[in-house]
Design a protein around this ligand. Structure first.
Ligand code: SAM
Length: 231
């Protein structure tokens, strides 16, 4: 990983904002990810994220914290927050913004336990592929204190495959339709392509059942997105 994402966050944090991140996927063309969005305040967050922050309690782990926007909000509310990300640049920025306990760490290497685990901004993306979901869910489950909860958001992206006649063009015999190749570039530099997973609620719920987690729908967003609570 070249940490293009981290470089972009560092530029924004250090007052060198001149360009946004460009994203593309295996099923969609170039799109702009505005850097200011990655530094959003509570009032600029989607309702699903606001709801997740309202439900968070106790010792909380922010997985894939990015610049630390969710962590900062909860830290100011008085919660004990640990923020982790595999991006060195992101953790540097989270620290500069005031997140006290921010660490470069892969969720698969986390060992502490928590009352709340947050995975936000398509939290299932981190699972990468459908056949890795159980592995990540087992790891997340092992990090829960008694009565702990995991708050995670994602979207059912079936609509992205719909043609003008209302038919769907994905091959049901092929890989799961939410498994995408994800490409990001910034200031002309390309990141190594990644796998990024969008999970519809029912598929997430089924996967939870296989690892002994309950999965409830907390809130639906305006565009096939949802917040789920696992416990
Ligand atoms: C879409 S960004 C979301 C950032 C932040 N949560 C937000 O809402 O602004 C996903 C983040 O997850 C991080 N990430 C990806 N895989 C990870 C892993 N296995 N463990 C921890 N963080 C990971 C990425 O580096 C990136 O910062």
């Amino acid at each position: 990983m070249k940490d293009i994402f981290g470089k972009a966050l560092l530029d924004y944090q250090n007052g060198n904002y001149s360009e946004d991140i460009i994203t593309a996927t295996s099923i969609s063309d170039d799109d702009i990810l505005p850097l200011p969005y990655l530094f959003r305040s509570f009032s600029d967050m989607p309702k699903l994220e606001q709801k997740a922050l309202q439900l968070a309690k106790g010792d909380t782990l922010d997985v894939g914290c990015g610049s630390g926007s969710h962590s900062l909000y909860l830290q100011k509310k008085g919660l004990n927050i640990k923020a982790i990300d595999i991006s060195k640049g992101a953790i540097e920025v989270a620290k500069q913004r005031g997140v006290k306990n921010a660490n470069v760490l892969d969720i698969l290497d986390e060992t502490e336990t928590f009352n709340t685990i947050l995975l936000l901004m398509n939290g299932t993306g981190i699972f990468q592929k459908l056949n890795l979901v159980a592995k990540y869910l087992k790891q997340l489950k092992s990090l829960l204190k008694p009565n702990g909860q995991i708050l995670i958001d994602s979207s059912d992206i079936k609509y992205m495959y719909e043609d003008e006649d209302g038919g769907f063009w994905f091959d049901a015999n092929n890989t799961y339709y939410g498994e995408l190749d994800y490409f990001i570039s910034y200031k002309g530099e390309k990141e190594v392509p990644m796998k990024w997973l969008y999970l519809d609620f029912n598929t997430l719920k089924l996967a939870c059942e296989t690892v002994g987690l309950q999965c409830e729908l907390v809130l639906e967003g305006e565009h096939f997105d949802y917040l789920a609570r696992l416990y």
